[in-house]
Design a protein around this ligand. Sequence first.
Ligand SMILES: Cc1cc2nc3c(=O)[nH]c(=O)nc-3n(C[C@H](O)[C@H](O)[C@H](O)COP(=O)(O)OP(=O)(O)OC[C@H]3O[C@@H](n4cnc5c(N)ncnc54)[C@H](O)[C@@H]3O)c2cc1C
Length: 223
Amino acid sequence: MEKKILVQSITHLNHNVVHLVTQKPSGYTYTPGQATELSLARPNWKAEKRPFTFTSLPDSEALEFVIKSYPDHKGVTEQVPSIEPGDELLIEDAWGAIEYKGPGVFIAGGAGATPFIAIFRDLAQKGEIKGNKFLFANKKERDIFYKDHFENWLDKDFITILSEEKTEAHAHGRIDRDFLASHVTNLDQYFYVCGPPEMTDNIIELLAQMGVEKSKIITEDMD
Ligand SMILES: Cc1cc2nc3c(=O)[nH]c(=O)nc-3n(C[C@H](O)[C@H](O)[C@H](O)COP(=O)(O)OP(=O)(O)OC[C@H]3O[C@@H](n4cnc5c(N)ncnc54)[C@H](O)[C@@H]3O)c2cc1C
């Protein structure tokens, strides 16, 4: 059911990612990793609903979102950086396929990291994050968002790779079989994969070739 919420704050996390804090409708529920269809209650934009993931925890008094903007799409995310406190948003019920099932390897490209934020936050709060690893792929160093949080939660089990930049601090290239093999020894654990469809398809195929059972792969396309 559609609900109207007010934006409480907007923070720019990097050149194209913002963090939104909004009101939470009373009784609204979701699980870490889930998303909702969201639109801006501006003239001409109300009907333009797009999926975005809650980065807050279900028991939080506010809702939080981390949203990457794509100005070249000329769509909703181009509007997002101009959101101001007091603006109205419309959200639907929560939905989504990503859910924590047990320790494993989380693999994301760009905005694909968003469902993992609430999951890691939840695990860290419960003291159960040990045993999980996060491989985060981006184009350039400036694209990495939430780095401090991921490092705090996962320490050395937070691993970054950049496809369009060579640096000391990050691996270089795409997530391929060699990269996976160098970071994953146990194939009998969960693999959580989220990113652009081409990337998720490719990684799921690589994991299957390496011998990971289909039932151990939890995935969602960010399209
Ligand atoms: C379950 C789920 C959860 C998600 N959660 C998040 C989240 O928490 N944070 C986040 O940042 N993102 C998230 N996403 C991705 C997010 O939904 C998209 O980035 C968003 O829908 C893009 O909306 P848009 O209107 O800006 O552009 P789109 O709706 O993608 O595009 C608008 C138009 O632009 C054109 N277009 C499309 N692709 C391109 C391109 N590559 N180049 C040029 N033009 C193009 C097309 O004509 C399209 O109709 C999630 C996606 C899913 C499926």
